[in-house]
Design a binder for this molecule. Structure first.
Ligand code: ATP
Ligand code: MG
Length: 392
């Protein structure tokens, strides 16, 4: 029934060249999101983006609801600049609207149109009242607001405003490396980072045969869901083989520090990969106080291994808030599958909750860390994971 999708975007603070960079990137990301869908054209005008699509507009709206940078969108009826045609369109739209009060909101960028916006409001308001006797006008809090935009090329009518994801177009910030486990938290941390425009790659630590192929597949599946929100519809996943390091840690004289050592090694290896691939930050799913490795003391000691910025977008969220987000973005069902993670397999009976840096350095001095790190980086596998269209 609709002909066009109107897209509103933009952080208000964007100006000048930044604004056009933002718009071009958003249009590019929209084209990627609509790659497999039919649409006729996509263009920018009056600080908005318009997509002409005569068939399958529901699928187009659905895909656009996964594109960061879109604040809201409206399916729009496009018609000739002629009063009778506009009334006919208004009739169809009002037949499909829910509510008992309404208001007409006309705008007239095209000053050649014979009626002013006030006259248009009155003309169309009278028309709706005559044709829909159960409706009443409410100019302050209408349940249905019928927008009419009179432009040079056509008239556009709509009454529905669908919220978008907001945020910034992916690719507008630099590249970041997400430490992606198979759990609930880290995919949500990845989603929130994508939301701010970060071009995301993921790194996963796998300890085959202590962790199974199925646990690796689960992480690939999670990356595939995240790829739905990534600008180009794909995410690079670096799989680090962590088995030798885990075995070495098993021989430690300080087993209570193993989680701390393991986390520091994860960060060190991620940092190596990230720098090589020109990424500017690491991202984890830590939430303050959630487990032994996420006390302030632990974070302090683990963080000291690198001077690369580490983003922890979940730091202030409660578990339930993280779960709610995981459900919303579609990762929850996969995250709760029961396949073991390398941390659960090797977790010591009494992990230190306040590991001190001098103790950790002493424990690390048992190993040739540089050799362990270099070997892990050398054996890392890179997969390109593409979004799955069927996920939702
Ligand atoms: P989740 O795995 O969902 O984060 P969790 O509470 O089990 O939940 P922790 O084991 O405490 O997470 O790990 C904290 C963070 O360390 C994770 O959010 C993730 O960023 C990183 N991490 C943990 N295990 C791995 C792994 N095997 N590969 C990559 N990153 C990991
Ligand atoms: Mg966690």
């Amino acid at each position: 029934m609709y002909h066009t999708i109107l897209i509103r975007y933009g952080e208000i603070s964007l100006k000048g060249r930044n604004r056009s960079k933002f718009e071009d990137l958003l249009i590019n990301n929209i084209k990627f999101a609509l790659k497999d869908l039919p649409y006729q054209s996509i263009k920018k005008a009056y600080g908005r983006i318009y997509i002409d699509c005569s068939s399958n507009w529901e699928a187009v709206v659905d895909a656009l609801q996964r594109v960061f940078g879109i604040v809201s969108l409206s399916p729009v009826f496009k018609t000739e600049l002629e009063l009778d045609a506009i009334k006919k369109a208004a009739q169809t739209l009002m037949e499909n609207a829910q509510g008992s009060t309404f208001k007409i909101n006309a705008r007239r960028p095209n000053k050649h149109f014979p009626l002013t916006s006030m006259e248009m409001n009155q003309e169309l308001g009278g028309f709706v009242l005559r044709n829909f006797p159960h409706l009443k006008v409410d100019v302050h809090h209408p349940q249905i607001e019928l927008h009419v935009e009179l432009r040079n090329e056509a008239a556009y009518l709509y009454h529905t405003i669908i919220p978008g994801l907001g945020g910034m177009p992916v690719g507008s910030a630099g590249k970041g490396f997400l430490l992606l486990s198979g759990g609930i938290d880290s995919p949500v941390a990845g989603y929130l980072t994508l939301k701010r425009g970060v071009n995301l790659e993921a790194v996963h630590f796998h300890s085959y045969p202590f962790t199974s192929e199925r646990s690796k597949q689960k992480v690939i599946d999670l990356a595939q869901i995240l790829a739905n929100y990534a600008g180009r519809g794909e995410i690079k996943l670096w799989v680090v083989y962590f088995t030798e390091i885990q075995k070495a840690l098993q021989r430690s004289k300080y087993p209570e520090l193993n989680i701390t050592l393991m986390r520091r090694l994860m960060l060190k290896i991620s940092e190596r990969l990230a720098k090589r691939e020109n990424a500017l930050a690491l991202i984890t799913g830590d939430s303050l106080g959630q487990v032994a490795s996420q006390t302030m003391e632990s974070i302090h000691t683990i963080n000291a291994v690198t001077n690369m910025p580490i983003f922890r977008p979940l730091i202030g969220l409660d578990k339930q808030e993280i779960v709610d987000l995981a459900v919303k973005i579609g990762t929850y069902e996969t995250s709760i599958l029961p396949y073991e993670d390398c941390c659960t397999v090797f977790v010591p009976r009494n992990p230190a909750t306040k590991p001190r840096i001098d103790q950790v350095l002493e424990a690390e001095s048992q190993y040739d860390l540089e050799a362990l790190i270099a070997e892990a980086v050398e054996k890392t596998e890179c997969l390109t994971v593409t979004k799955s269209v069927e996920l939702f």
